[in-house]
Ligand binder design. Structure first.
Ligand code: SF4
Length: 247
């Protein structure tokens, strides 16, 4: 895997929370399209989609995060991995190893992490001697249909494998969540939200969001009514199953 060096790692995102992105690019190559890909291309950090799908790890990420947290008088309460890449990228054990190292370092400063992936969450994150804080472990999941995944998230881990890894952490007492965004309208994919919710009904929290990335959604008649109905389903399912719901 290629590597790069950076001058800084920790930053506060436009969404208001602190993040680290210790890889440039992402093998998952989502085609909604990926917002991080569009930003990287517009800023000239990558040349093309195939360039984006050949990720480069930030070789000095561990040294940077230690340095940046050491020099701060006021430290963030939580750091998110990742906003513009995937911390458990399919097929890149180097990325997984670096992510685990960074989470362990961040926890050693008394800072918790939220983690979000379309890869496979490693079971060792349940090891409290290595990851002592109440981190939150999440997967992105908007369907159970593997043909849909192969079309829109071609390099990612299968849905069943994502859910299995999340459930394993849940069974070991970790706090888990599912990020359901960008949820497709029926002209993109016909599916039953309740079936997806049944598959992830063990999670502690579900975050639901619309497909905002291109005009396909607006081509579906009454797409606002469709999303209102999905939110009603969530508002009925989540409280019944003890799940926090963010829509
Ligand atoms: S997993 Fe996330 S960062 Fe990677 S391509 Fe998909 S949307 Fe972009």
């Amino acid at each position: 895997m290629e590597s790069i060096l950076r001058k800084s790692l920790l930053y506060r995102s436009g969404l208001g929370f602190y993040c680290v992105n210790h890889v440039q690019g992402c093998r998952h190559g989502c085609l909604y399209p990926c917002y991080a890909y569009m930003i990287a291309q517009s800023h000239g950090r990558i040349r093309s989609y195939s360039d984006w799908c050949q990720p480069k790890i930030v070789a000095n990420a561990a040294e940077l995060i230690k340095h940046e947290l050491n020099r701060r008088r006021v430290r963030p309460g939580n750091i998110h991995l990742c906003l513009s890449t995937d911390p458990f990228m399919n097929g890149f054990p180097e990325v997984t190893a670096m992510s685990l190292r960074l989470i362990s370092i961040i926890n050693s400063f008394g800072i918790s992490c939220t983690i979000l992936t379309k890869g496979c969450l490693p079971p060792e994150m349940a090891d409290r001697s290595r990851f002592p804080l109440n981190n939150q472990y999440g997967i992105s999941l908007i369907s159970l249909d593997e043909n849909f995944r192969k079309t829109w998230e071609p390099g990612s881990v299968s849905y069943s494998e994502r859910i299995r890894a999340l459930r394993e952490l849940h069974n070991k007492g970790c706090r888990t969540y599912v990020h359901m965004e960008p949820y497709p309208t029926p002209n993109i994919l016909q599916q039953n939200l309740r079936e997806i919710l049944e598959a992830i009904g063990f999670a502690d929290r579900i975050w639901f969001g619309r497909w905002n990335y291109n005009n396909l959604v607006r081509q579906y008649p009454d797409y606002t009514g469709f999303y209102s109905r999905q939110v009603s389903i969530l508002h009925s399912f989540c409280p019944d199953n003890g799940i926090e719901c963010d829509v």
